[in-house]
Design a protein around this ligand. Sequence first.
Ligand code: ASP
Length: 360
Amino acid sequence: MMLRSMVCILMWMGCCAVALAQSSAKPVGSERKWAVVLHGGAGVIERSSMTPEAEKEYRAGITEALNAAAAVLDKGGSSLDAVEAAIKLLEDNPLFNAGRGAVFAADGTNQLDAAIMDGRTMQAGAVADVQKTRHPISLARAVMEKSPHVMLIGAGADAFAAHVGLEQVPPSFFFTERRWQALEQELKKEGVALPKRPEGAPPAPEPEKPMAFFETPESHKYGTVGVVALDRSGNVSAGTSTGGTTGKRWNRVGDSPVIGAGTYASNQSCAVSATGTGEYFIRLTVARTICALVQYKGMALQAAVDDVVQKQLPAIHGDGGVIALSPDGQMAWSFNTPGMFRAKLAEGGTAEVGIYRDEP
Ligand code: ASP
């Protein structure tokens, strides 16, 4: 009798323990609020060098991408889908240095890099030096989901894109006058011969014809795009897409497609996308270092991004910024340049859109 009641008590305690563990576990598929943070590049972006018209266009571009991600998340879509949807829009927007509107390499080609990472599975896909695929971010996702690899480069990456049915475009699709003129300026400065104007590009504008802001070179230096998202299931993802740096040579690749440098996501810590001079971000493995500070030091997300962007990067003369998001809904950004195109929104809140340092 005594033994039987002890067994009953023990079973009851066991049930209570399981119930308690279940109630303290994160709810799956319910109650989580979605959130999204994005950037459109960091650099010398100052009020004095920006016309009101241009500022409006940039704010509209990042707001449109933010809303696209929010629409996916609000319907219960995955953070991965939200990241891809927003980046595809930014890749098609000629204002940003990704997809159409990417900067030119010294040989007159657009060499596109992108990466995406799923924080739930920690699977990742990346591409570098893509020249024919309209949406490098979708190609990075295809590498993650449809190949056994993490990174593909060059002609092979484009061939894989065609193989999985991703839209292929002629190189002139990515051409913009302002990026071409920025290349001409850069190469003149370096005393290097100018490459031939790309086949299929519109004819060069007449010198005396006034150019719209969006056609003027050096309007700003950067424009890489990145998105981090958190879905209602509590999963974070990160993605980044870029044309790299103007006048790059020898198939230079920056941090954006390097997992752990420009892009990283893990449900154990956070999701990060970076922008800036990639060489420094690679050396510091910026995105992973931020997540490691959160994961192993228990730092708040804002403290972690500030530590890396305001202390560690300047210590090695690195310039740029990051956006970040954690599975518990902390949103953060930090940049050590005069400006960074950026926006964030959490479910039930209002969108914050900023460009300059003095904005919140
Ligand atoms: N991080 C990019 C690269 O180095 C450029 C940028 O973010 O502006 O390729």
